[in-house]
Design a protein around this ligand. Structure first.
Ligand code: DQA
Length: 144
C-alpha cells in the first residue's frame, strides 16, 4: 500500500484555540481524522507528524526517504522563512503539496512569499480543512 506523510508545522497544534477568526474552530485532530477516513477509502496508508521545531521537520523529511510516495505539508510560519525545509523536500524528491488553511495572500505581505512552494507540485490556500483533503485526492491520483 502506498504511503503519504502529512506534516504540520509550528502552532498547527494550537488550532481550535488559535485565532479562530482566521483559522475557524477546526483542530489538528479534526484534520487528522478526516484525512484518515479519506485515506482508508482511497486505500492509502497515512502518517501524521506535527512539530514546532524546524530541525525536527527537516529530520522527519530526511527519514522518510524511500519509505513514502508523497507528502502533504503545511509548513506554517516556516513557509515564509525556511530554506532548510525547502532543501529537505527537494532532496528526497517525492511529490509534495503545500497546504495553508487560511488564504495567505489576503493576509500580511510577509505571508505572500513561500520558500517551499517552488519545490512542491501545487499549493492550496484558503480552503480550511478541505485543502488537506484536496491534496490527498490529487496525490493519490499521481502515485497510483
Ligand atoms: C498557515 C499560514 C501561515 O502564514 C501561518 O504562519 C500559519 C498557518 C495556514 O495554514 O494558513 O501558522 O500556514
Amino acid at each position: 500500500m502506498k504511503k503519504i506523510l502529512v506534516i504540520n508545522g509550528p502552532n498547527i497544534n494550537m488550532l481550535g484555540i488559535r485565532e479562530p477568526g482566521v483559522y475557524g474552530s477546526i483542530t489538528l485532530s479534526d484534520i487528522e481524522k478526516e484525512l484518515s477516513s479519506l485515506a482508508a477509502e482511497l486505500k492509502i496508508e497515512i502518517e501524521f507528524f506535527q512539530s514546532n521545531h524546524e530541525g525536527e521537520i527537516v529530520d522527519k523529511i530526511q527519514q522518510s526517504f524511500g519509505k513514502i510516495s508523497a507528502i502533504i505539508i503545511n509548513p506554517a510560519a516556516y513557509t515564509h522563512t525556511s530554506v532548510a525545509i525547502r532543501d529537505a523536500l527537494s532532496a528526497i524528491s517525492v511529490p509534495a503539496v503545500e497546504v495553508h488553511i487560511s488564504n495567505v495572500y489576503a493576509r500580511e505581505d510577509f505571508r505572500h512569499n513561500s520558500f517551499t512552494a517552488a519545490v512542491c507540485i501545487a499549493q492550496i490556500a484558503g480552503f480550511g480543512l478541505d485543502g488537506y483533503l484536496y491534496a490527498l485526492k490529487h496525490l493519490e491520483k499521481i502515485i497510483k
